[in-house]
Design a protein around this ligand. Sequence first.
Ligand code: B12
Ligand code: SF4
Length: 453
Amino acid sequence: MTLLLVQPPVSRELAYPLGLATLAAAALRAGHAVVGCDLQRQPMASLDSVLEAVRPDVVGVTCMTVSLPQVREVLQRVRRGSDALLVAGGPHASLRPGDLLGPGPGASADAVVVGDGEAPLLELLDLAARHGVRRDRARDPGALSRIAGVAVAGPDGQIVVNQPVPQMDLDAWGPADRSVFRWDLYDEDLRPSLRPSAPVVTSRGCAHCCPWCPAAALWPRGWRPRDPKKVAAEMLDLAGRGVRRILVEDDCFGADRSHVLALCRNLIESPSPLPRWEVANGVRPADLDLELLEALAAAGCRGLALGIEAAPQVDRGSRYDARALPTLVARARLLGIEVTGYYMVGRRPDRGGRWGEVRTRLDDLAAFRHACSLGLDRAHFSVIAPLPGSEWDGAAGPRTIDMAMRACLYTGFYGSPSRILRFLATEPADPSGRVRLLVAGARRMARWLMPGR
Ligand code: B12
Ligand code: SF4
């Protein structure tokens, strides 16, 4: 079977489609032909010619909540230009399969995969091969509803979610494939010495339940590790191919201390040079300690994002000992690890009432002061959005005033002369290289601050 995997435009950042690359690995190993189409890199209209050239039997598209409108356009184009079996998956598809199975606006998928995509996708490819689903869906109308981990629209339009896939060994299909979506084309890092970069995951899911986050609903089985030996081998292989910065994108890196230590040990004990890697998607400060920081640094970790989320003085529900943070940040920096802080800003649904707006702005300023006082290398201020599957689902979305406040926080944080100088000093460059770096930084900032996606 020929499988076409489609990445819709996601954001202004060019991000490597790791989920699709993971599915590509499983499909290739099962003997299917796989083609990738990344609509972050090419215009939406080009999908029509890709469909004509590839003539896929199955088309898979990944969907985050922010990309739902673009995914609907993809579905429409595929329906117009092909009779392939049309499958959607990814975070939004898993949380709200009904949004992609009609009867909402636009065309709908034949099936939505909920959660881990590998096993259900292989079954769908087999189904397409065995029953000719592509050309004659009516031949076995019930077949889709027998595949575990799949949601379909029933005869009267109701959404039927089949039984979940049995517990999956995350290493069963080997590491992500990096050829269908070529890793060397994703070259967005501001600092030339860190290009190209590539993402990996060492685990999936999370055992916690923060009110703004859908992780618990997305991965009801909680936190699941990959074999640290295999992760280390994947990281070393990427570094050997010329990847200069490996980004660990786990939901909850650090969930299991022994897993982190095993990964570090495997990297350190390898005869190959240590890769340069960063924990990009945030570690809970509660999971960190000085010994762990030292192990990370010894294993080549050079960047660590901390899920500070709300400034501790604001978040009185205090999920961690805020007093330990300054020591952790200072020690990490001494060990050569750059530290990023992730903060949530804007109106929290539980900050209502007469003084809600005032308290929100005070919270935002407290987050800003906290980020500045901690000596972070970078800070991200995300506006709280009511994501499906999270505790705050259904609350009002971000308002213009929240976005404007976020723009002020970013400008205040990154616009300070000392931080600009620190950023310029990160690259050993001649004056013209420094100017290029400055322009690239200003462009990136403008992209972050633009309204919309
Ligand atoms: C890297 C990343 C990004 C990248 C983009 C990733 C991309 N190319 O799609 C960037 C940095 C741009 C990004 C941005 C944002 N992100 Co983000 N991001 C991630 C992160 C950390 C890793 C994604 C990943 O590679 N996972 C590993 C792969 C293996 O898993 P996967 O993608 O889920 O794929 C598996 C299954 O979902 C399924 N699957 C996926 N696609 C498909 C397709 C088919 C056909 C099938 C069958 C199956 C299938 O099979 C795969 C293998 O089992 C995840 C958290 C996480 N650890 O997953 C959050 C996550 C995806 N992001 C999230 C969010 C909320 C955001 C932001 C909105 C945050 C913000 N406030 O700004 C922004 C949106 C950007 C914008 N404005 O457009 C949420 C999405 C929730 C949702 N409902 O959509 C997540 C899940 C984090 C979370 N727990 O809240 N993000
Ligand atoms: S924010 Fe992080 S720690 Fe909290 S539930 Fe989501 S993934 Fe887990």
